[in-house]
Design a protein around this ligand. Structure first.
Ligand code: MCN
Length: 786
């Protein structure tokens, strides 16, 4: 069986995962290990008047109780936001201070004020409850629109009226003119529900301080251990970089929530030095709900104008984005450069303007969650397109196709340059696979069973593999967005790939090995992938924004180019041939057209024995590369959802879901389909079930799986997943990212299908039976009033 590009190779890593042999952070047991339990605010906004540790300190097993004054007193820095966004009036974003342990004020339920270190987890948790904190409660605001209202409680002194920035993109005058010239205008208010990421493995940290070496080691659930080390060192002053090792071992899902360096990791590292004990902390599920960064939470109004032929004349969007109580690491970029820049969708829109106001509220910080900004953009534009088509009496697919971008590269008015795509091909493939032609019959049949059947589209485009570094730097990014790789050919010819990417479910150990096995025509088991340890791997940027394929694998290709060049030189020298005549195949390095050959392992050995290398050649066979892409990649596709609604109860079933995606060159179709399945499950979860709910006091109502509804297998149909790809011109493999597409493209398809079924375009996510039933009642009431 071939294991190269395009092969459905079974995931190498699954043997350890499905036999329970994965090694996760919580599996790490250190000598002399103690446990941390955080003392968290039970109220959403308060001054901290006093902390009485005496009862806790007297309890059995308690090593110490540490607070924010001690932490800041030791010079531990405030938590940073890594992307500077400038308001349209030229002022910088207004960021309030965030200390890992709050000193004077708490700003959300769950904000930590102290940490207990004890011999056992149970002792630490019991003692945390015995720490007496006196809070002077302050008025609370938990909702984005209310946070901007006059007289709303002030959350940070630095951000007057809770406004972090008021930013815009595009041309307002042109968008207004486009709307003024329109024959038809569709206007909508659209909310994007707040979500909790819920990776299967909760966040965890094990920190160890070696007093003799003045060295720290942190095992943690991170998607980017190198960036974690950099930030922990450069900004949080935990330790200089060369005195800090960060290891992200097996990580059980991240979905964005494990990009950030949270208060808990900082505190555990510092506490390990303070107590001279290894300190372990693992969130339980309730703690995860109140500490993991949430996602989405937008309120938008949008107007889209069309001419008499259905061509878009202008598009205007006004969005309020809730960033929670503090600005998390990439929070500022999500509703700006990852959202508004995608509002052109798959369409040729000349006149577009978006305004975004980001606000503080007394809620958990909000940051990137699978898709990050792009699902919000896709949801908005695809709900608008479907609604507009209905209002104008056009077929939704026809309206979209009329406005599709057809030529590439295409520059949008919101700074993106789409490099490739064939949107018509994806639409046609999805329509055929979904049997759209047979829908009317299925609807009729459903009606006989008393069910309302609906069909909804979503034609999504997204941008991933965020790049190039110089361009994103110009937009305010605090980091470069390249990736690094090292290819080590061992003396016996086996190969280790050291990558700055981090796999936490995406199957890198398989796909990365596939491109190496193909390139050097070797068995895939001769290749291993090393990642997630700052002591082993050179600096890298980590995994998020579906970048590991397009960026991480491109760095490997670059390093392989260098290895191959050296291999050719060694072989040409030893076989007395021209480098141009050397071919690498079947585990050998040969001279084309002759029987002269060396085994691949002989080349490896020759490089390290160095007995017979070309003059001036250095021994060894190891090369590294840094790859900075020239552009984002633009995965796109069409999703079609079919639902059945029970009009008596509002209960809705997704009966069919069809996807046609363009991911460029596909390395492993099985892994890619798995990625799409996972993304679809999360997107359908957002559309149908999931929502983080706060009450007016900032108390989290959905703090457990009793209240926060995750999608289960029974809630989902068998997905019908297809590919119609165009090659990405921006990277050597021609790949586009696939890790987020499902979550980005699916929510509008679901809601468009339900609104089609019930005959009411006004339906918010999640489409719970109650919401759907209410929307149905509104239709009946309107009919009765006519
Ligand atoms: N791939 C491929 N062919 C392509 C594109 C990708 O074979 N044309 C393969 C890649 O080699 C890789 C996988 O598909 O094995 C995903 O690649 P890519 O789209 O580059 O995404 P990343 O590896 O960078 O993963 C990040 C992405 C994001 S941003 C989120 S969020 C997410 C996701 O991946 N979180 C996940 N998928 C997840 N899957 C799991 N199981 N767990 C998560 O936390």
């Amino acid at each position: 069986m071939t294991t190269g590009i395009g092969a459905r190779v079974k995931r190498k890593e699954d043997k350890r995962f499905i036999t329970g042999k994965g090694k996760y952070t919580d599996d790490v047991r250190m000598e002399n290990q103690a446990y941390a339990a955080f003392v968290r605010s039970p109220v959403a906004h308060a001054n901290v008047k006093s902390i009485d540790k005496s009862a806790a300190l007297a309890m059995e097993g308690v090593v110490d109780v540490l607070d924010g004054h001690q932490l800041t007193g030791d010079g531990i820095g405030n938590i940073i936001c890594g992307w500077a966004v400038t308001s349209k009036d030229g002022t910088p974003m207004k960021m309030g201070a965030w200390s890992a342990l709050a000193t004077q004020k708490v700003r959300y339920v769950g904000d930590a004020v102290a940490v207990v270190i004890a011999d056992t987890q149970q002792q630490a948790r019991l003692a945390a409850e015995a720490v007496e904190v006196e809070y002077e409660e302050l008025p609370v605001v938990a909702f984005a629109d209310k946070a901007l209202a006059e007289g709303a409680p002030q959350i940070h002194d630095e951000a007057e009226g809770n406004l972090i920035y008021d930013w815009d993109i595009g041309d307002a005058a042109k968008a207004d003119a486009g709307l003024a010239a329109a024959k038809h205008i569709t206007e909508m208010e659209i909310t994007n529900n707040r979500l909790s990421p819920n990776p299967m493995e909760p966040r965890s940290a094990v920190a160890t301080y070696d007093e003799a070496e003045e060295h720290y080691t942190l095992y943690t659930t991170s998607q980017n251990p190198h960036v974690a080390r950099l930030v922990l060192s450069a900004f949080y002053n935990v330790a200089p970089e060369h005195k800090l090792r960060v290891i992200a071992p097996d990580v059980g899902g991240g979905f964005g929530a494990k990009i950030y360096i949270y208060p808990e990791e900082i505190t555990c590292l510092w506490a390990s030095m303070k107590t001279n004990r290894s300190v372990k902390w693992t969130a339980d599920r309730s703690e995860a709900f109140i500490t993991d960064a949430h996602g989405r939470d937008h309120i938008s109004t949008a107007k889209m104008g069309f001419d008499e032929n259905g061509k878009i004349t202008g598009f205007k969007v006004d969005t309020i984005a809730n960033l929670g109580a503090y600005m998390s690491l990439f929070s500022s970029s999500v509703p700006t450069y990852l959202y508004a820049t995608l509002l052109s969708g798959q369409y040729d829109i000349q006149n577009l303007h978006a305004n975004v106001r980001a606000v503080y509220t007394n809620t958990v910080p909000v940051d990137a969650y699978r898709g990050a900004g792009r699902p919000e953009a896709c949801y908005l534009i695809e709900r608008m397109m479907e609604t507009a088509a209905r209002e104008m009496g056009m077929k939704p697919a026809e309206l979209r196709a009329k406005n599709f971008v057809k030529e590439f590269p295409h520059e949008t008015p919101v700074i993106m340059t789409y490099d490739s795509g064939d949107f018509d091909a994806n639409l046609a493939q999805a329509e055929a696979a979904a049997d759209v032609a047979g829908f009317a019959k299925r609807k009729e049949e459903a009606a006989k069973r008393g069910k309302l059947r609906g069909l909804g589209y979503s034609c999504y485009i997204e941008a991933c593999g965020i790049a190039p570094s110089a361009a994103v730097g110009g937009l305010g990014a605090g980091v470069g967005l390249w990736e690094s790789a090292e290819v080590r050919v061992n003396p016996v010819g086996t190969i280790e790939i050291l990558t700055g990417s981090h796999s936490h479910g995406q199957g890198h150990e398989t796909t990365f090995a596939q491109i190496v096995a193909e390139r050097f025509d070797l068995p895939i088991d001769n290749v291993s992938i090393v990642h997630g340890d700052t002591d082993k791997v050179q600096f890298g940027m980590g995994t998020y924004g579906s970048r590991s394929g397009a960026v991480g694998m491109s760095a490997i290709v670059k390093a392989m180019d260098k290895v191959e060049a050296k291999v050719r030189k060694i072989a040409a020298h030893q076989l007395e041939a021209s480098e141009d005549d050397i071919v690498i195949e079947g585990g050998e390095v040969k001279v084309a057209g002759t029987d002269k050959a060396l085994g691949w392992h002989e080349i490896g050995l020759a490089a390290y024995t160095a007995h017979n290398l070309p003059p001036d050649m250095e021994p060894g066979l190891k090369e590294s590369a840094f790859y900075d892409p020239s552009n984002f990649t633009f995965p796109a596709g069409t999703y079609i959802c079919e639902v059945e609604v029970d009009p008596e109860t509002g209960v809705t079933e997704v009966v069919q879901f069809t996807a046609s995606d363009d991911f460029g060159t596909i390395i492993n179709p099985m892994i890619v389909e798995g990625q799409v399945h996972g993304g679809l499950a999360q997107g359908i979860g957002q559309a149908m079930l999931e929502q983080v709910i706060y009450d007016d006091d900032g108390q989290l109502i959905t703090g457990s799986y009793m209240d926060y509804t995750m999608p289960r297998a029974a809630d989902l149909p068998n997905f019908s997943v297809h590919h119609a790809s165009t090659v990405c011109p921006g990277n050597p493999l021609g790949m586009k990212g696939c890790g987020e597409a499902g979550a980005i493209g699916s929510p509008p398809a679901v809601i468009n299908a339900i609104t089609d079924a019930i005959g009411n375009n006004d339906l918010a996510m999640p489409a719970t039976p109650q919401n759907v039933w209410n929307a149905l009642q509104a239709v009946s009431a309107a009919q009765a009033a006519e």
